[in-house]
Design a protein around this ligand. Structure first.
Ligand code: KG4
Ligand code: ZN
Length: 405
């Protein structure tokens, strides 16, 4: 490694980027070569810590990041078989995310950048999720998907639709849809909690849904009103004659209603006692994972049907909005990423829909679906090539947006 100079590696597109991610409850570091090949991908999850509270506790998350960031970066560098001096640039998540959590990664990345005299690159976490898919496609040496792409980023904190295009060296994004309340993953987590299941709820519901009847409870999603004043999505002018008014569809999402509907179902169907009993038994068996028969045995038919129906409705809603937006904006392919993209029913139904429409669809591997730093290093690659480096004043931007709106 050492005999090759940075300049030579850059010329060959083999530069090494160290990515650091700490936006939520995972401390992660990875080394990616040439924006394509992940030499290492280390993730220290705080899941068990936050599981006791049924959600991420920001103060605890920051403290854990502080504890983990140095060993995680060290492990990523070691597993890549390099030393820190070999790195050509350092990329770090600048937002969106929890302020205190982001600050840990940013501060450490800045210190490394300063100490090693290597450029620093700020990356939007959501752009990272999209690039997890693009990086793996390049790694498999697949023909690049035709542009523009419609990207659904669906996780515990986000449910966003972007139209993604490549302009010059970099990528441009246009936000064409987003949740107006809860993220889809948040709905999974809250519904799992309502049912006395473990945290995070997605994997529990994913596994149990396979045992229930998805048509048992017909959950419905209301049509979200279109947002006014958004680039490219305009409301019809009320004063204009009806025949010239554009018919506007909203590609926004809302997941708080289905959570309330599940709660109401539990209450009106006398399921509360069963939920409490399940919660109590599971608390005594932390070793029972989401897919275990023991957990399934704690769920009666009504519960399994409710779980399957919830997932069927959520996936159906994500699918309808995504493909409607792909059609409306003339996307040539669909990319789905973020924690919820690990969902097995989602992958199956998106693939089937895409096949039917003759549209390519791509997902990240399961390891890169949830938060990781390889995606941050991958998203930093075009910026590295274009020399788009972060200013010394780079700070955490908890509400950082991608592509406006
Ligand atoms: O991307 P991620 O790791 O963190 C955020 O940026 O939020 O996503 C975590 C979310 C959680 O809400 C979790 O319940 C959900 O992804 N999740 C799933 C599955 N695996 C993780 N949701 C549905 N099905 C899954 N298999
Ligand atoms: Zn994420």
């Amino acid at each position: 490694m050492r005999e090759e100079s940075h300049g030579e590696r850059e010329k060959q597109g083999r530069s090494l980027i160290l990515g650091i991610e700490s936006s939520c409850d995972e401390t992660a570091a990875a080394v990616v070569r040439g924006g394509t090949e992940a030499l290492s991908n280390v993730v220290a999850s705080q899941m068990n810590l936050h599981a006791n509270y049924g959600g991420v506790v920001p103060e605890l998350a920051s403290r854990e990041h502080l504890r983990n960031v140095v060993p995680v970066v060290r492990a990523a560098v070691e597993q890549a078989g390099i030393s820190l001096e070999d790195v050509d640039a350092i990329a770090v998540t600048e937002g969106p995310g929890l302020a205190g959590a982001l600050l840990v990664g940013i501060t450490y990345a800045k210190a490394l950048s300063f100490g090693l005299s290597k450029p620093l690159i700020g990356v939007n976490h959501l752009e990272g999720h999209i690039h997890a898919v693009l990086m793996e496609a390049r790694q498999r040496a697949e023909q690049p998907m035709e542009l523009p792409l419609l990207a659904l980023v669906v996780s515990g904190g986000h449910t966003h639709l972007y139209l993604a295009e490549q302009k010059d060296e970099g990528w441009r994004y246009r936000n064409v849809g987003r949740t107006v309340d809860d993220a889809a993953g948040e709905a999974y987590d809250k519904v799992a909690k309502l049912l006395g299941l473990g945290y995070p709820g997605g994997p529990w519901i994913d596994r149990l849904a396979r045992r229930g009847n998805p048509r048992a409870v017909p959950f419905r999603f209301a049509q979200i009103k279109p947002r006014a004043h958004r680039e490219g999505v305009s409301l019809p002018n009320k004063k204009a004659p009806a025949k010239t008014a554009e018919v506007v569809t909203s590609f926004d999402f809302s997941f708080s209603g289905i959570k309330t509907a599940v709660l109401r179902y539990i209450e009106t169907h006398g399921m509360r006692e069963g939920v409490e009993e399940r919660r109590r038994i599971l608390a005594g068996h932390p070793e029972w994972g989401p897919g275990s028969d023991e957990v399934a045995a704690l769920c009666d038919r009504q519960t399994l049907d409710l779980i399957a129906s919830f997932q069927y409705a959520v996936v159906g809603n994500l699918l309808r909005q995504t493909f409607a937006a792909a059609e409306r904006f003339g996307a040539r392919g669909v990319v789905v990423s973020g924690g919820v993209s690990a969902n097995s029913e989602l992958r199956q139904r998106f693939q089937a829909e895409a096949d039917q429409r003759g549209l390519p669809v791509a997902f990240p591997s399961l390891a890169l679906s949830t938060d990781n730093a390889a995606m941050i290093a991958a998203a930093a690659w075009p910026k590295f090539v274009a020399g788009e480096f972060a200013p010394d004043a780079l700070g955490a931007t908890p509400q950082l947006r991608l592509g406006g709106s």
